[in-house]
Design a protein around this ligand. Structure first.
Ligand code: ATP
Ligand code: MG
Length: 430
């Protein structure tokens, strides 16, 4: 019978990869806690309308990337393509935004029907961060400084650059859009098909077209920065001053507009040249209009999402994966013979009572001394504890260091074992 395969673009994360994932997630969570951010969890499925209303009907995500289906009641549901809309929904529904600020983060899978390739999946994972109720550039700066600190903690700061732009108020963007459309219409025939379509639906997205002809036409296009409203200009300048003061380097990218409709004022991306076309590891911006757009009271907000797959790839590409993140067992118990096997189970449980942090594997499934010993070695354990008939008889245990050729085997009395292990593994259990 043919074997059932996973869905294309939805990867298994195997035991050999999970230590790196756990490391990235752990460092991220520690850092976020240190800045006073709290974790929030919300469902993976939402009503389709939530994403249509927030991300925008004519964005790539909503037009062609969402996993949308009818459930048994005939309701249209969508697997979340990103977390911001769900986070706003959850906060509103639970009264978290009323007269208060919130610093929140979440992590988990997101779903987009894209063409799978390295760093681009259909189920991918993000750490997302959202800050609500603060309108000034100080919180924008905080989010950027937090990400910069994360890159330093992960050892990749030298391989990422910060791209920054301001896309102004909704009114400023509307004025600019009109001017851009007038300009591009003169060259309509020379634009690529996607851009021709976007001219009518979402002209700002043409700015980040990859098509060469379109790019050439864009060189003389009106610039969004000339259309910025005074408030956005000032907000942007203050943000730049804060970043300059904190010593964070950035590049102003006037073509950075982001693919989601809800952004305004600050937008930013951290990009790398280590991952080919999937260059953005972290992206975000300000979205002061979204809460109101989703039915809440107007609430300023700013946030970002980072792709965990891309971060893991980046750490690998930069040789920044620490060598000590694999949690091998410390001790492997080998037991040969029925009496020894029974005693091993009890002994192991006693050790776990006495040394709760000890990483201990008890061999299961019997087998010869030789085959069990091979497994002990392969497990990566430091020590093998060996129980045979003789040891059972004398309530002793035989100890062998597996990673140290020099040290001899030794036999000790079972009641002394916990004390022995605590001392022997002391430096390694910290
Ligand atoms: P891209 O331009 O690469 O398509 P995006 O602008 O669509 O990215 P966002 O919606 O801003 O991405 O998501 C934030 C981050 O999530 C991205 O910077 C990236 O690290 C990650 N990400 C987005 N889509 C995918 C995907 N399909 N597979 C893996 N990671 C992704
Ligand atoms: Mg995308």
């Amino acid at each position: 019978m043919s074997k059932i395969q996973s869905i294309r673009g939805m990867n298994d994360i195997l035991p050999e990869q999970t230590p790196l994932w756990q490391y990235v997630e752990r460092i991220g969570a520690q850092l976020l806690a240190s800045y006073g951010y709290q974790e929030i969890r919300f469902p993976i499925l939402e009503q389709t309308e939530l994403f249509k209303r927030s991300i925008g009907e004519v964005t790539d995500i909503v037009e062609k990337e969402m996993y949308t289906f009818e459930d048994r009641n005939g309701d249209s549901l969508t697997l979340r393509p990103e977390g911001t809309a769900s986070c706003v929904r959850a906060c509103e529904q639970n009264g978290l935004l009323f007269n208060q600020t919130q610093r929140l983060w979440y992590t988990g899978p997101m779903f987009r029907h894209e063409r799978p390739q390295k760093g681009r999946l259909r189920q991918f994972h993000q750490i997302g961060v959202e800050a609500f109720g603060m309108s000034g550039p100080d919180i924008d700066a905080e989010l950027i400084l937090l990400t910069a600190r994360l890159w330093r903690a992960l050892g990749v700061i030298d391989h990422v650059v910060l791209e920054l732009n301001s896309i102004g108020s909704a009114a400023a963007r509307a004025n600019y859009k009109a001017a851009l459309v007038v300009y591009l219409q003169q060259f309509f025939e020379q634009l690529d098909a996607d851009s021709q379509r976007r001219l009518l639906t979402n002209p700002l997205r043409i700015l980040d077209s990859k098509d060469e002809n379109t790019r050439a036409i864009l060189i003389n296009a009106p610039s969004l920065s000339d259309y910025l409203d005074d408030e956005s200009k000032q907000h942007f300048q203050q943000l730049r001053d804060l970043l300059d003061g904190a010593g964070v380097r950035y590049m102003i990218n006037p073509a950075l507009v982001r693919g989601l409709d809800y952004y305004g004022k600050t937008v930013f991306e951290w990009t790398t040249d280590k991952l080919g076309a999937q260059a953005t590891v972290c992206a975000g911006g300000r979205y002061d209009g979204l809460v109101e757009q989703l039915g809440g009271k107007a609430t300023p907000a700013v946030g970002f999402g980072m792709g965990i797959e891309r971060l893991c790839l980046l750490l690998e590409a930069c040789n920044a994966v620490p060598t000590d993140i694999v949690a091998s067992p410390q001790v492997y118990i080998v037991a040969v013979g029925a009496r020894a096997e029974a005693q091993a189970v009890i002994l192991a449980e006693k050790l776990r009572d006495q040394l709760p942090l000890l990483k201990l594997i008890t061999h299961c499934g019997g087998g010869s001394f030789k085959s069990q010993f091979k497994k002990a070695d392969k497990s990566g354990a430091q020590l093998a504890l060996i129980l045979g008939d003789q040891e059972v008889e004398s309530a002793s245990i035989n100890i062998k260091w597996l990673r140290d050729e020099q040290s001899e085997q030794q036999t000790i009395a079972q009641p002394q074992l916990a004390e022995f292990l605590a001392a022997a593994l002391h430096s390694k259990t910290q």
